[in-house]
Design a protein. Structure first.
Length: 289
């Protein structure tokens, strides 16, 4: 199968916003866009079925209308429709294993502060073998005015263990967009960094210097591989979740990692959870070893 960006469609405003975002990403990466709609009640399709008796009519119409709208904005993009007779979670997990990335819509519970991740999005994000991007309505390209940093890619780095898959996705995303990459690492101060009158600045400075060296060491090979990407690194001595959410203000895409787990033990760490619930931009969750 040729490389594709897959977007899940369910007829909602959020899924259409995700489709618009996915179309822009597929075009930048010179990939095919796959519009996937899954419904267990899809029936085998006989030849020459008139629309008035076609039980799949509404499913086909949903995909067809989305394709027509997207093709009008991206006339050179290859777009294919895919109807799957399965529940959405199973279909999306299978599609994610075959796709460069999978894009899903997410309902805004409170427009500025949080996401509501339903029964479909969270299991797919936590179990998918490849990157999954969550997009809310209003986050698709061209939806609203943006500040001067809009479009930058932000990646959250933990610096404990290898994160090559995460950094490769981040640098490739920034390169495809032609924007800077901001690498952010947050690290809470240990108990011994505090004294009765506040923070022991000598201890804090030592921690900062050690973390900065690790950050530079982790990024150097990818800078050499992607010399066209302008890189800005940022180190904050505070909760990693707070540091990442703050850094994502005004960004075009926030990328966070999650440890790849056995299927029976899917979970997201605190930074990924914070990003999905509080970041105002699309969030990509990238599994890595």
């Amino acid at each position: 199968m040729e490389p594709v960006v897959t977007v899940g469609l369910d007829g909602s405003r959020e899924s259409l916003a995700a489709a618009h975002w996915a179309a822009g990403e597929a075009e930048r990466r010179h990939l095919t866009l796959r519009l996937l709609h899954a419904w267990p009640l899809l029936v085998p399709e006989p030849a020459h079925t008139p629309s008035e008796v076609d039980q799949n009519y509404w499913a086909k119409r949903l995909v067809r209308n989305a394709r027509t709208e997207l093709q009008a904005h991206h006339p050179s993009l290859t777009i294919v429709g895919s109807l799957i007779a399965d529940d959405a979670q199973n279909a999306l997990l299978q599609a994610a294993a075959e796709s460069e990335m999978t894009v899903l819509g997410s309902r805004g519970l409170q427009a500025m502060t949080s996401y509501f991740l339903g029964d479909i999005s969270m299991p797919v994000v936590a179990r998918a073998e490849r990157p999954v991007v969550l997009v809310r309505a209003g986050q698709e390209e061209g939806a609203q005015p943006t500040p001067s940093t809009a479009g930058d890619v932000v990646v959250a780095l933990k610096l404990h263990g290898p994160c090559d898959d995460l950094l490769e996705f981040a640098f490739a995303s920034a390169a495809a967009r032609g924007v800077p990459l901001r690498a952010v690492h947050g690290q809470s101060l240990p108990v011994n960094a505090y004294v009765p009158w506040g923070v022991d600045h000598e201890v804090a400075d030592e921690i900062r210097q050690d973390a900065q060296k690790e950050l530079v060491r982790a990024l150097r090979p990818w800078q050499e591989k992607f010399p066209q990407v302008e890189l800005v690194d940022s180190l904050a001595l505070e909760s990693p979740a707070k540091a990442v959410v703050r850094a994502a203000e005004g960004a075009g895409l926030l990328i966070v990692g999650r440890r790849a787990h056995r299927p029976a033990l899917p979970r997201l760490g605190p930074v990924a959870q914070a990003a999905l619930h509080h970041a105002r931009c699309p969030v990509a969750v990238v599994p890595h070893q």
